[in-house]
Ligand binder design. Structure first.
Ligand code: ZN
Length: 253
């Protein structure tokens, strides 16, 4: 199983978004106990304070197990050096993509400052994963509009619309060729509908592990256990947990 939505440890007590100070070995132990072979690790501290250091810390964390962990750093798109930092993230730091959290970071996906950032990301073969599901910022419509301006960039809705906008996230995933959807924190009734209606090659799964203050990441384990109740077929399971994330990460080189 490939977990497409986990978070790096909170090294700086950066905010209220949970987080814990666990080491890479502890995280690997959690993954082993839960049947997760590979995890996509998103920035945590950088979402509160998008500094190059936050990306350096994330890169050092995933570098402990490059075969098991792939990192997505972050920038604030209005920072003058944002595009250059994305270039450094994917080049020097060997990160695989960019995580954005428009609501937490306080910008709109319609801002033109995002275009040079996405241009560099697409040129580098990276992936954009955005938080979604919390209006007014971070709706699927806003994220899909950005995806349409950058058709060669794979864009992932990080939460499948959560409780409030999952219908919109599903509809836009169906109609936007380069938009993908990660079921992560999406309620079970919505996950069932998404699996029934979304193209099976566009659905991913994530636990949000790393936000729990327990090394065991209990709620992430519970989210994995939940999958069985979604009416998922063997083919959909193979696509969501293995083939789709592998294809996206394989393309992001
Ligand atoms: Zn998350």
């Amino acid at each position: 199983m490939i977990d497409f939505h986990t978070h790096a440890p909170a090294w700086n007590d950066a905010g209220w978004l949970g987080g814990a100070r666990f080491g890479a070995e502890e995280f690997i132990a959690f993954m082993d106990s839960t049947g997760i072979e590979q995890a996509l690790v998103l920035s945590h501290d950088g979402l509160f304070n998008a500094t190059p250091k936050a990306n350096d810390d994330l890169a050092a964390f995933v570098a402990h197990h490059p075969d098991r962990l792939a990192g997505f750093g972050t920038v604030h798109p209005r920072d003058a050096g944002a595009a250059a930092e994305v270039d450094r993230m994917l080049g020097t730091l060997k990160l695989r993509g960019l995580k954005l959290h428009p609501w937490l970071q306080g910008f709109s996906m319609h801002e033109r400052a995002l275009d040079p950032v996405c241009d560099v990301l697409a040129q580098r073969g990276g992936i954009l994963l955005s938080h979604d599901g919390t209006p007014p910022y971070s709706t699927a419509g806003q994220i899909a509009a950005l995806a349409r301006r950058h058709p060669s960039l794979p864009v992932v809705l990080g939460h499948g619309g959560l409780h409030d906008t999952w219908r919109e996230s599903l509809a836009l995933t169906v109609e936007t060729p380069n938009l993908y959807l990660c079921i992560c924190g999406t309620p079970p009734y919505a996950a069932r509908e998404i699996l029934a209606k979304a193209p099976s090659h566009k659905v991913l799964f994530g636990t949000d592990a790393g936000l729990s203050d327990r090394t065991s990441q209990d709620y992430a384990v519970a989210r994995v256990a939940e999958i069985d109740g979604w009416g998922i077929t063997d083919r959909q399971r193979q696509a969501m947990l293995v083939d789709n994330p592998r294809a996206l990460l394989g393309a992001a080189r």
